[in-house]
Ligand binder design. Structure first.
Ligand code: ZN
Length: 305
């Protein structure tokens, strides 16, 4: 069984503020170490539950957040974004995905750093209903026959994810600063929380056959509402139907619809023909930058569990 551990960062144990998720900051160095510990526990759980191969796919921002030299060496690591299959790269041989450190959908009141796919959108809708990333990524992976069987993140993010993926196992992660900055109590919370990641990932892997690929039958109608009209004008170089800040498109299935979302988000029409060498360059640039030229970590006055 080949398990993919997909990593976002917002929902990591130990992370309570936005700068800890912002690439290039000292606080992000702290956040990366939090995420790497979470991911390692999930990798361990995957192996405990019967995986014979584990691949980590780093997905947040440009896709280099895990500290590669601290990652469990048994897992293969894929950093950065790809164009084929859209965004995630070669993942078609995965049997199950465990999604670590997720966040809530754009427009979720009171949530920690809520967004869907990218910060430019104030809401993304599918067939008229507001969706979170687990709806979109889940259905995309689902069309490739791959179920998501595990999520971790704050309560509201997990709740939204479970509405899309009712079979998935989950771990809820606190996002309050006081949880992580109170000495001995924080150590214990982190230790217990990560032990639960491992145990829950193991259960998900052991019950892999009960996990279902999420399939949302087409035709699909997408609506991406940008935060401002100016952003919509700037990003919609594709002449998708646009009304003010809302951009819409239709697709027969999620694989095509997701490709169109990625066109809108990452590739202006002029750049699209050179996206392959461009993403190749970006991956190598950010791999080197985040590995060798990362800032010194800010300890964030947190308990380092
Ligand atoms: Zn993220």
């Amino acid at each position: 069984m080949h398990i993919g551990v997909f990593a976002d960062i917002e929902g990591s144990f130990g992370i309570w503020r936005m700068r800890q998720c912002r690439m290039g900051t000292r606080e992000w160095q702290y956040g990366r170490s939090c995420l790497t510990k979470d991911v390692n526990h999930v990798i361990q759980g995957a192996f405990d539950g019967g995986a014979d191969k584990v691949t980590v796919k780093d997905t947040h921002e440009v896709g280099f957040n895990c500290l590669i030299n601290k990652l469990d060496p048994r897992a293969r690591y894929i950093g950065g974004h790809y164009i084929k299959p859209s965004l995630f790269g070669k993942i078609t041989d995965l049997d199950l995905v465990l999604y670590v450190a997720i966040h809530a959908a754009s427009g979720t009141d009171g949530a920690f750093f809520p967004h869907t796919h990218y910060g430019i959108f104030s809401e993304v809708r599918l067939n008229g209903k507001r969706v979170c990333e687990m709806d979109i990524y889940g259905a995309y992976l689902g069309e490739l026959g791959i179920p998501i069987g595990f999520v971790s993140g704050e309560y509201i993010a997990v709740k939204q994810a479970i509405e899309a993926l009712p079979w998935a196992k989950s771990v809820i992660v606190d996002k309050r600063k006081e949880t992580y900055a109170s000495g001995e109590k924080s150590f214990r919370y982190l230790k217990d929380g990560r032990a639960l990641l491992r145990q829950t990932a193991q259960e998900a892997a052991r019950h892999a056959s009960r996990m279902q690929p999420l399939v949302i039958p087409g035709p699909l109608h997408f609506e991406a509402v940008f935060r401002t009209r100016q952003l919509a004008d700037k990003f919609n170089t594709w002449d998708f139907k646009q009304t003010g800040e809302r951009v819409e498109w239709d697709s027969e299935n999620m694989i095509d619809g997701f490709e169109m979302l990625n066109k809108l988000t990452f590739f202006p029409q002029k750049i699209y023909p050179v996206r392959r060498p461009l993403t190749f360059f970006m991956r190598n640039y950010f791999r080197i930058k985040s590995t060798w030229f990362a800032p010194k970590p800010n300890p964030e006055e947190a308990a380092e569990g």
